[in-house]
Design a protein around this ligand. Structure first.
Ligand code: FAD
Ligand code: SF4
Length: 527
C-alpha cells in the first residue's frame, strides 16, 4: 500500500478505524507502525503533501522549503522583552520534520532524566525505563556513529581549535545508511540514505495495513459524552503562495485518537476543539541556537562530508551543546556581512568557510495560542540565564575558531563587523548586548502538552493519555516534559513508541475483556 493523496480523492472521505493518528512526523509515524504491526486498524491523517524521496533531488532548496516546510521553513516567534528574533523551522509533509533533519540522534542526557524523576516526580521516565524504547527506535532508524573519514575539512578545523583549547569533541550518531555526504539533508535526502520516518516507519506501517492520507488537515476532535469519537477536517488541494485551496472534507470515526501534529500544532488543535487544560500551549521550549561562521586561508569545501559530524557536550552544565553543521553555499551567502565589492569578495571565499553552532538548553518561557488563521500565534521570553548562555556559546565558538587559525569570524550579531581577534570578540559580544541583535534559529520546539503526574501540571499523563478526554493521546514533541539540551527527534520517537505500546496493550486488554464477557454470557445462556 502507498500513501493515499487526499487531493486526488473524487469524493469526501468518510471512514472508520480503531485508531486515528493526526500527523505523520517523528511521533505519529512511530505510533502508526507499532499499532499496525500489532494488528490494529490505523488511519494516519497528514496535512502536508506526499513528496516521494525520488523527487527531493529535483527540487531547489528554496522549492523544497516551500513544498515541504511549514511557512516555507520560517515560522515567526514573537519575542517578549530581551529576546532575539526567532524563527522556527518545521516540516509540513508526509514524514513531518523528520524529512528535514540533519540526521543527528541523541538519547536524553542522564542529567535530564534525573531532573524528570527528582524534580517532576516522573519516575516512569527514568533512563532505565526509556531504554527499551530508545533501543527499538535506534534499531528501526539505523542509528550509527559518523566515521572519522566522513568529517569535512571544515569540521576538522573546529576539532583542531578545540584540541588547542582542550575541549573534548565527540562524533555524532546519525540515522543514516549509505550516506555519501552530499550535504542536502535539510531538504530531504535525495539518495534515500537518511533513515527518516518516511523511509522507515511509514512504509512498515502501510505494509501492516495502516492507511496513510496526505493533504488532510484535521480541524476538530469530535467528542461525545466525555469520550473521543473521531476527527473531522478538510481535504487540501493545490497551494499557490499563501493561498490554499480546499477540495472537500473528511470524517474519520475512531474510539482512540492520537494527536501527533507537533509542538506548535497539537495544542492549537486541542484548543480549537474546546480543551481547556491550564498547561495547554504553555511551557514551550525552543533550544534557541546561534552559529558562527569562520573564514580560513585555505580552501575547505565544507560541503564535502557529512553535514553534521562532530559535537561537544563539554559545557552541558552551563546549558550549552556545541554542534557541528554546514549550510548550502547559497544560503550561506545570505549570512555574509558587507555590501558591494566587499560582500562579493567574501562570497567568493565560501569554499573557505567553516560553521559551528551552539544550542541552548532553555527554561520553558514560551506559549502557543490558537491564532486567527491556520497557523498558531507563538510568543517566547528568553530566560536571563539562557541569554547569558547564548553569549557564552558565541565566545566559546569564536575562541575555538581563532585558536584554529581563522582569518576572520562572522558573528551571529546583526550589524557586527567581521572579527579577527579574541579581544574584539569580547568587546563586541558583551552581556549587555541586546538579545534582539542576536541571529537565532530553532528546530526543536517542545513541551506545550507536557507529561505530568496530574492535570494541574500537564496535559497528558506519563503514557501520553489525556487528562481531559477518554480515548485521546498525544505523542509528539509537545509531550516532552522539559527542554532536553540536545537534538530532539530520537527522544520524541522513543516517547511515541512507549505511548503506542501502552495503547496496544489497552486495546488488547479491551478485546480480551470483550471476548471473555462474550464467553461468560454464552456460558450463562447455556448453563
Ligand atoms: C530543518 C530541521 C533540522 C532538524 N534536524 C534535526 C536533527 O538533526 N536531529 C534531531 O534530533 N532533530 C532534528 N530536527 C527536529 C526534529 O525533526 C523534530 O524534533 C521532530 O521531527 C518533531 O517530531 P513531531 O512528531 O513532534 O513533529 P513533526 O515531525 O513536525 O510532525 C508533525 C506533523 O503533523 C502535521 N500536522 C500538523 N497539524 C496537523 C493537522 N491539524 N492535521 C493533520 N496534520 C497536521 C504536520 O504537517 C507534520 O507533518 C530538525 C528539524 C528541522 C525542521
Ligand atoms: S549527506 Fe547523506 S543523509 Fe544527507 S542528504 Fe546527502 S546522502 Fe542523504
Amino acid at each position: 500500500m502507498s500513501v493515499i493523496e487526499g487531493h486526488t480523492l473524487d469524493r469526501d472521505l468518510d471512514a472508520s478505524a480503531e485508531v486515528v493518528v493526526v500527523g505523520s512526523g517523528a511521533g505519529g509515524a512511530v505510533v502508526a507502525k507499532e499499532l499496525a504491526e500489532a494488528g490494529i486498524d490505523v488511519v494516519v491523517l497528514e496535512e502536508g503533501p506526499h513528496v516521494p524521496g525520488s523527487v527531493y533531488g529535483r527540487l531547489r532548496p528554496t522549492e523544497s522549503l516551500r513544498r515541504m516546510g511549514r511557512e516555507a521553513g520560517t515560522t515567526p516567534v514573537l519575542g517578549i522583552g530581551d529576546t532575539p528574533l526567532i524563527t522556527v523551522m518545521a516540516g509540513r509533509v508526509v514524514g513531518g520534520s523528520s524529512v528535514m533533519t540533519g540526521g543527528v540522534c541523541f538519547r536524553v542526557p542522564s542529567s535530564v532524566h534525573h531532573r524528570w524523576v527528582k524534580e517532576r516526580g516522573l519516575t516512569m521516565l527514568s533512563e532505565r525505563d526509556l531504554l527499551p524504547a530508545f533501543e527499538a527506535v535506534e534499531r528501526e532508524s539505523h542509528v550509527q556513529t559518523v566515521p572519522e573519514e566522513m568529517r569535512s575539512l571544515a569540521a576538522k578545523k573546529f576539532v583542531e581549535g578545540a584540541a588547542r583549547l582542550e575541549i573534548p569533541i565527540k562524533p555524532f550518531r546519525r540515522n543514516t545508511d549509505g550516506c555519501c555526504g552530499c550535504g542536502r539533508c535539510n531538504f530531504g535526502c535525495p539518495h534515500g540514505a537518511k533513515m527518516s520516518v518516511d523511509v522507515t516507519y511509514l512504509p512498515k506501517a502501510m505494509s501492516a495495513g495502516a492507511r496513510v492520507y496526505s493533504d488532510c488537515l484535521v480541524d476538530e476532535i469530535v467528542t461525545l459524552g466525555g469520550s473521543v469519537r473521531g476527527v473531522r477536517g478538510r481535504r487540501l488541494g493545490e497551494r499557490s503562495g499563501k493561498r490554499q485551496t480546499v477540495r472537500g472534507s473528511f470524517f474519520v470515526r475512531a474510539k482512540t485518537v492520537v494527536i501527533a501534529a507537533g509542538t506548535m500544532h497539537s495544542p492549537q488543535l486541542l484548543l480549537r476543539s474546546g480543551f481547556r487544560s491550564e498547561a495547554l500551549g504553555r511551557h514551550l521550549t525552543l533550544h534557541p541556537s546561534v552559529r558562527i561562521v569562520a573564514r580560513f586561508e585555505e580552501e575547505l569545501k565544507g560541503w564535502r562530508g557529512a553535514l553534521q559530524s562532530v559535537y561537544s557536550d563539554h559545557y552541558e552544565k552551563e546549558g550549552i551543546t556545541l554542534n557541528g553543521l554546514f549550510v548550502p553555499p547559497g544560503a550561506l551567502a545570505a549570512t555574509m556581512p558587507g555590501v558591494g565589492r566587499d560582500f562579493l569578495e567574501r562570497v567568493s571565499k565560501i569554499g573557505h568557510l567553516a560553521i559551528f553552532g551552539g544550542l541552548i538548553h532553555d527554561e520553558g518561557g514560551g506559549r502557543v495560542f490558537s491564532g486567527i488563521g491556520r497557523e498558531p500565534f507563538i510568543v517566547y521570553r528568553l530566560h536571563r540565564a539562557n541569554k547569558a548562555a547564548m553569549i557564552r556559546a558565541i565566545h566559546i565558538l569564536g575562541e575555538v575558531y581563532l585558536a584554529a587559525g581563522a582569518r576572520e569570524i562572522y558573528l551571529p550579531v546583526f550589524g557586527a563587523p567581521p572579527v579577527r581577534s579574541v579581544s574584539d570578540l569580547y568587546r563586541l559580544v558583551t552581556p549587555q548586548l541586546s538579545a534582539r541583535k542576536l541571529e537565532c534559529v530553532t528546530f526543536h520546539p517542545l513541551g506545550t502538552c507536557r507529561m505530568a503526574l496530574d492535570a494541574r501540571d500537564g496535559v497528558v499523563d506519563p503514557w501520553g493519555k489525556s487528562f481531559e478526554l477518554e480515548g485521546l493521546y498525544v505523542a509528539d514533541g509537545s509531550v516532552v516534559p522539559t527542554s532536553i539540551g540536545v537534538n530532539s527527534q530520537l527522544t520524541i520517537m522513543a516517547m511515541a513508541a512507549r505511548i503506542a505500546w501502552r495503547i496496544r496493550d489497552r486495546l488488547r486488554d479491551g478485546r480480551a475483556g470483550l471476548v471473555s464477557s462474550a464467553v461468560r454470557r454464552t456460558r450463562e445462556r447455556f448453563a
